[in-house]
Write a protein that binds this ligand. Sequence first.
Ligand code: ADP
Length: 225
Amino acid sequence: MSKILKVQNLSKTYRSGEHDLNVLNNVSFDVDKGQSFAIVGPSGSGKTTLLGLCAGLDTTDDGEIWLCGESLSGLDEDGRAVLRNQNVGFVFQDFQLLPTLTALENVIVPLELRGVKNASDHGRELLEKVGLLNRAEHYPSQLSGGEQQRVALARAFSNKPSILFADEPTGNLDDDTGARIEELLFELNKEQGTALVIVTHDLELAKKTDKSIRLRSGKIEETIG
Ligand code: ADP
């Protein structure tokens, strides 16, 4: 199967008594292996909700999602966690590094979880790749935002995921730093063949991806590519 992600007729409503909120409505798209894909749209249009559903972090009301060939609705929470640990990387707007671990320790967390030998050597290679080997022993609080995001990228790519989900990865960074993070994302996408699914409000970033969808009020308004 050449599709790494397939979403079919997806709908999601947040239920809270009288105030149900329909956030996604009949959304369908797919992403090929190794492809870069952007989800754009105004704030509140459902982008982050859609990303979480695709990564199996939340469950759908209607519709079906296949991630790495597995139907998410056919898996329980543990099954989805295993699928994520083996195949998926994440990058967030607020970096989400563990504050009590050094840069190197943060990068090798996913490797140690999988019992990879020589995790430390591999972690150092990745830090070198993102230009931060000289910061290996620094803690997140001692790093700038751009440096923290580079550590987060090294961590996200450390177990060579088949697909990486990034939620506004450059949203907290100045333009130059954001551009460097974008470059690294696309570099790692090409080098490792990792598919990228990026939520962004940055249309310039979306133009650099192979394919994108624009959401408005939970519906796909336009598919490009
Ligand atoms: P975007 O990422 O495009 O800004 P979101 O997916 O974060 O959009 O949110 C879409 C809508 O769903 C918003 O109105 C938001 O307030 C609402 N929402 C998001 N998460 C929840 C939740 N856990 N419970 C209830 N409503 C939510």
